[in-house]
Design a protein around this ligand. Structure first.
Ligand code: NAD
Length: 354
């Protein structure tokens, strides 16, 4: 399946299929230099396929540490100096092969190397169906996640679903939170459909029909970001579940999507409180349990420290915490929520997981 962005210029294709890497040659054949920046775990699992690309296109390969540790200022400095030592010119294409961390890091390298060279995203996780699209790239600061970065579009997103075969279940769960979030932002039909398809851990682990759901998720994200690339209004909706989720992720160092899924449930409780919604919280809790999300960590949650972290959320303004809430499935809004409501909702939330 191929999607194409619909900006007024600088559009890029998003190819989502098995063996999508076969399309790569069309996008890299004219560059003087091609550099693959590859997550170390992905390199270990897929070295034969990747070495084939490097030899076929006379490309360099740079292996970077797996996951989030790569998104640091010190590692960025080390890598960009090393790239510059190769005397690269602007006629260079960087190719990010890995999950969201590799994509964010490589995109930021591309945005800043020689004031900008081209880059291609080759996502290898489920979560990266989200992070590889939309042009947000960046690294972390000691002050918080993704605080150093840019909006910088890739030349193509080549999402080869073969990579997903080596993904551990914990990472499937992490990515699934964003796929599910995209269904919640679409409509009730999309939510019913995805819950039926993946009704327990076994069905989710098998990833049957995942191509369709990833495609749908990307389509939802595109519809939003085409209207608001730089997050001045509707792009904020993509933060559904992230206000509480980021706080939990930061405090307990659990995978991004596990925390977002927990944040989505908390958001339903807040929406019931402030928007008079009637979301069936027990249904969502049961669904997370059926998928085997690790939820024991919730017993350690304390409101005050999570609230302090929520106060640092980038969507907030001088009035305090702003959350994305569902005013009905498929109908997100951004709303101020005061401390009293957040605390009451937290107490209810904890009861559901006792
Ligand atoms: N730019 C954006 O719009 C955006 C959106 C959402 C999230 N993000 C960022 O994405 C990152 C999270 O992405 P992620 O969950 O993909 O994390 P990740 O890149 O850290 O990958 C997760 C783990 O999976 C491993 N892995 C990757 N592909 C694999 C494969 N095919 N087989 C086996 N193991 C594999 C990695 O080595 C890593 O240990 C965060 O840094 C987050 O800030 C960015």
């Amino acid at each position: 399946m191929i999607l194409e962005t619909t900006y007024s210029s600088d559009n890029y294709p998003i190819i989502v299929e098995h063996n999508a890497l076969a399309h790569l040659h069309k996008y890299i054949q004219d560059y003087k230099d091609v550099v693959l920046i590859v997550d170390a775990t992905v390199n270990k699992e897929w070295s034969i396929a990747l070495d084939f690309i490097t030899s076929e296109y006379d490309a360099h390969k740079v292996i970077i540490p797996s996951g989030e540790s790569t998104k640091s200022l010190s590692f960025y400095a080390e890598t960009i100096e090393s790239l510059l030592s190769r005397k690269l010119t602007r006629d260079t294409c960087l190719i990010a092969v890995g999950g969201g961390a590799t994509g964010d890091f490589t995109g930021f390298l591309a945005a800043t190397l020689l004031r900008g060279v081209d880059f291609i995203q080759v996502p290898t996780t489920i979560l990266a169906h989200d992070s590889s699209v939309g042009g947000k790239v960046g690294i972390n600061s000691k002050h918080g996640k993704n605080l150093i970065g840019a909006f910088y579009r890739p030349k193509a997103v080549i999402y080869d679903l073969d990579f997903l075969a080596t993904l551990p279940y914990s990472e499937i769960l992490s990515g699934y939170a964003e796929v599910y979030k995209h269904a919640l932002l679409t409509n009730i039909k999309a939510v019913n459909e995805i819950e039926q398809q993946y009704h327990n851990a076994n069905t989710l682990e098998n990833l049957e029909e995942i191509e369709y759901y990833l495609y749908k998720g990307i389509e939802t994200k595109l519809n939003i970001i085409i209207n608001d690339e730089k997050e001045s209004n509707v792009r904020k909706y993509l933060n559904l579940g992230h206000t509480f989720g980021h706080a939990v992720e930061y405090e307990f160092k659990i995978p991004h999507g596990h925390a977002v899924m927990i944040g989505i449930v908390y958001q339903f409780i807040v929406a019931n409180n402030v928007l008079n919604q009637d979301f069936d919280i027990a249904h969502f809790v049961k669904y997370l349990q059926a998928l085997n999300y690790p939820l024991d960590i919730i017993k350690q949650f304390k409101f005050e420290s999570l609230y302090d972290l929520m106060l640092k959320d980038k969507k907030n303004d001088q009035q305090g915490v702003q959350m994305v809430l569902l005013d009905g499935i498929g109908n997100p809004i951004v709303k101020h929520v005061d401390r009293t409501i957040l605390l009451q909702s937290f107490e209810l939330f904890i009861k559901h997981f006792e």
